[in-house]
Design a protein around this ligand. Structure first.
Ligand SMILES: NC(=O)c1ccc[n+]([C@@H]2O[C@H](COP(=O)([O-])OP(=O)(O)OC[C@H]3O[C@@H](n4cnc5c(N)ncnc54)[C@H](OP(=O)(O)O)[C@@H]3O)[C@@H](O)[C@H]2O)c1
Length: 281
């Protein structure tokens, strides 16, 4: 299975699982947990959540899904910028651990940059790491200038979670390379364009028609994932609330796009020619 490696040598499968909106509805709860279990059974160890998602409901659901399976999981959560002061970050992390039913996170991210000075948040993240409550920390939605500023304050950042998919390729201009050269893992969120128009795109649909996967004829979603995963050291975290979608996503790990198909995709979704501000959802 394709892997990504963190600066401290920890390595995880390049395909992980998102969890935004999971846990919001009682009716779909069992299916969502079954979907996460299917991913874990296939070896997808990374689960991404955040205190923001459903005001803790996602963390509760993930906690239920990983009960008795904690050791198999590489668990990511995030602190809101409004909670990123020294004392509130510590409190937020404790509350996340409580909801998740665990005593450590593998990775804790600042969800996006807010008004609290970065130094103060880094001090809190460093304290959490020293206490063993988190194994490593990182950021999310940080553009190249933010990363440069962060570099001046610490060399301990493990990951930068960013919007990255065929429709949002701005990070290719310089951010992906910069982070990779600095030993920072890029985590691609919304790799399926949130299940929107991207998955009906005629070019993706046509490319999918030429591929078979373990689950049968390829789907546009699998093409979108295979495209995101083609980069070295990118971890993609699609969210699948159903086992049908999870099965489809797992099979995408074995799908290789040809050079010609990548060219077709470049023609349809142009790579950036100049720097644009990092988009975020
Ligand atoms: N750091 C940040 O600021 C940030 C922002 C956004 C997201 N995230 C993280 O990234 C994760 C993924 O992003 P996302 O949830 O925004 O969007 P996404 O993963 O791009 O898309 C999720 C949507 O695609 C559908 N889907 C999943 N697999 C599919 C398949 N094989 N075929 C067709 N449809 C499929 C899902 O439906 P079902 O649920 O019905 O299966 C859902 O509607 C989030 O869950 C969250 O953990 C982070």
């Amino acid at each position: 299975m394709k892997k990504v490696r963190f600066g401290d040598s920890a390595s995880v499968p390049a395909l992980g699982m998102g969890s935004w909106n999971l846990g919001d509805s009682t009716a779909s709860r069992n299916e969502e947990i079954a979907s996460l279990h299917m991913g874990l059974d296939a070896g997808l160890s990374v689960i991404d959540t955040a205190e923001m998602y459903g005001s803790g409901r996602s963390e509760h659901l993930v906690g239920e899904a990983i009960r008795n399976r904690r050791k198999e999981v590489f668990l990511i959560s995030k602190v809101l910028p409004s909670n990123a002061s020294f004392s509130k970050t510590l409190r937020s992390c404790e509350a996340s651990l409580d909801r998740l039913g665990t005593d450590y996170l593998d990775l804790y991210l600042l969800h996006w940059r807010g008004s609290i000075p970065l130094e103060e948040t880094i001090e809190a993240l460093t304290t959490l790491k020293a206490k063993g409550m988190i194994r490593r920390w990182g950021v999310s939605n940080f553009d190249t200038d933010d990363m440069r500023e962060l570099d001046l304050l610490s060399s301990d950042c493990a990951a930068n979670q960013i919007l990255y998919n065929l429709e949002a390729r701005g990070a290719e201009f310089d951010l992906l390379t910069r982070d990779r050269n600095a030993g920072i893992v890029s985590i691609a969120y919304s790799p399926l364009g949130q299940g929107g128009d991207l998955l009906d795109d005629p070019v993706l649909t046509d490319i999918a028609r030429h591929h078979e996967t373990a689950t049968g004829p390829a789907s546009p979603a699998q093409i979108a994932l295979a495209w995101t995963l083609r980069h070295p050291n990118i971890l993609a975290i699609p969210k699948a609330g159903t086992r049908t979608h999870m099965r489809d996503n797992i099979a995408a790990l074995d799908l290789e796009l040809t050079g010609k198909e990548c060219e077709q995709l470049d023609k349809r979704f142009s790579p950036p020619q100049y720097k644009t501000p990092l988009e975020m959802i």
